[in-house]
Design a protein around this ligand. Structure first.
Ligand SMILES: [Zn+2]
Length: 200
């Protein structure tokens, strides 16, 4: 996710140009990356929800899902705060040791990309699980004995999946429930798995 790296570079550059000490730069990194991460999670959430609605459509289902955003916002803020602060501390330790803000940035690229990827997938999955719980409730209300609609989440692992994710590939759980292995996209940092809807 190059956006976060670019944003980090802008902040460091303007701090260096202003003659700020590494500690001051680290503090603005913390607050600016916090905002960037909240936005990144927000984007990933709306993408996840749009994808879910498209999947429902392709299964011939069109329930309207109302999603309460407040709980979501608090969760995003907490995770973004934690990640921004741990990255800023890590960057500052590198800047102190290497004696150069630019070298600290280069040495922490991988960490920042990992945070961006992990947060995007976590938010994507979190939003879809939140919507799936609501969906499960709607199906319970709609489903009569004659026309029972059974929806499942199917684990879709990526080619580079870890052993846990690879073994979980194709596993089904009823919509609204969690996989025993953990939720795809959140099993480990950089997990790129997801689930898709299956109708039975
Ligand atoms: Zn995975």
């Amino acid at each position: 996710m190059s956006f976060l790296l670019r944003r980090r570079n802008q902040i460091v550059r303007s701090g260096v140009l202003a003659g700020h000490a590494a500690g001051i730069i680290a503090r603005s990194l913390q607050s600016e990356l916090y905002i960037a991460l909240v936005n990144l999670r927000k984007t990933a959430r709306s993408y996840g929800l749009r994808r879910l609605l498209a999947e429902l459509n392709s299964l011939g289902l069109q329930p309207s899902i109302a999603v309460d955003g407040l709980k979501t916002l608090a969760e995003d803020a907490a995770r973004a705060r934690y990640s921004a602060s741990s990255y800023a501390q890590y960057w500052l330790a590198k800047a102190t040791r290497l004696g150069s803000p630019d070298a600290a940035s280069a040495a922490t690229d991988a960490r920042l990309s990992m945070i961006a990827e992990t947060e995007a997938f976590e938010a994507f999955t979190s939003e879809r699980n939140h919507a799936a719980e609501i969906l499960a409730g709607i199906l319970l209300l709609l489903g009569g004995p004659d026309e029972e609609i059974k929806l499942f989440k199917r684990w879709d692992a990526k080619l580079e999946a870890c052993p846990v994710c690879a073994a979980a590939d194709g596993t089904l759980v009823p919509v609204g429930q969690n996989f025993v292995q953990g939720e795809p996209g959140t099993v480990h940092p950089r997990c790129r798995c997801s689930w898709s809807l299956v109708k039975k």
